[in-house]
Design a protein. Structure first.
Length: 296
């Protein structure tokens, strides 16, 4: 199949999807030798084509600073076509594995997914479709991007921003399942907010995942104590031995003092001399009063 966009000539090389209302085709430029590949949506349903075109127009009107991923829009006979860049399929659900990426990169991937959704330039109706169909590409360096080969037969123009937030939160929850106990806190937070319908914007989800997802798993007191003891075992052993020797020497001196003088002078430090003298004075006064009464 040969397609004319008005600025370049494309040759179809592979059908990715053949649907009821739309097809997805991979093309290469036929008017030059640069080997640039593109994804083309060939839409047969006029209502769907008009709705997608209006979604892109409205999105660009609301957010003119965001670059649209659609490179061109043109007609091929009675069918409307949308031109997108082509990327090799590397679905996130397949390549996101705990055995492949360390904890820091996995957190980066989760945040990258939300950031890509915010900066994708896709209207909400299409972004929701991309999320539920796993049209997310995970690169070899851990970066996250969209891939533009969805099944457009499931396109629903009524989907909005809240639907996108909930779909993205569901993707984050499935990714946090890979973390086990380490991702429990973040998983509970996202699930609780999702059940209460708290996510209306993607930046709210981004903040929760950034703060709660980077929190290290809490270690128990016993584990921490064993870790500290293992690092400083030699120093702690020497300190304990020195304390034991000091206590042993003090015990020997106290025993010798008791044998020679019949008392332990060190214990005088713990005796309140004022209270002792006061008690003796009270006893003397009581004895004198008793003797005086007997004489009378």
């Amino acid at each position: 199949m040969i397609l004319e966009t008005g600025t370049m000539r494309l040759a179809g090389i592979r059908w990715v999807r053949r649907g009821v209302r739309a097809d997805i085709l991979v093309c290469v430029r036929a008017d030059c030798q640069d080997n640039h590949y593109y994804t083309v949506w060939v839409i047969r349903d006029p209502g769907m084509a008009r709705s997608i075109l209006e979604d892109f127009w409205q999105w660009q009107k609301e957010r003119p600073e965001t670059e649209a991923p659609c490179l061109a829009c043109f007609f091929q006979g009675p069918r409307m076509c949308f031109l997108f860049p082509y990327f090799q399929e590397r679905p996130l659900s397949r390549f996101y594995r705990r055995e492949i990426w360390n904890a820091d990169i996995r957190q980066k991937i989760r945040l990258g997914l939300i950031a890509e959704c915010m900066a994708s330039g896709l209207p909400d109706s299409l972004l929701y479709l991309f999320l539920v169909q796993d049209q997310i590409r995970l690169e070899a360096d851990g970066s996250v991007h969209m891939q533009y080969t969805p099944d457009l037969d499931d396109y629903d123009p009524r989907r909005g921003r809240r639907d996108c937030c909930e779909a993205c939160a569901d993707k984050i929850l499935s990714m946090l399942e890979e973390e086990g106990k380490a991702g429990l806190f973040c998983r509970m937070l996202v699930r609780r907010r999702l059940e209460r319908g708290r996510y209306s914007e993607l930046d709210q989800l981004y903040q929760d995942v950034r703060i709660a997802g980077s929190r290290p798993p809490a270690a128990g007191i016993r584990k921490r104590a064993l870790t500290v003891f293992g690092r400083h075992r030699g120093s702690l052993t020497r300190i304990v031995m020195a304390c034991c020797l000091l206590l042993m020497g003090a015990a020997v001196l106290m025993a010798v003092s008791w044998i020679i003088w019949g008392e332990i002078p060190l214990l005088r430090l713990f005796t309140h001399s004022f209270q002792t003298r006061s008690c003796w004075r009270l006893m003397r006064i009581w004895c004198r009063q008793s003797m005086t009464r007997r004489v009378r």
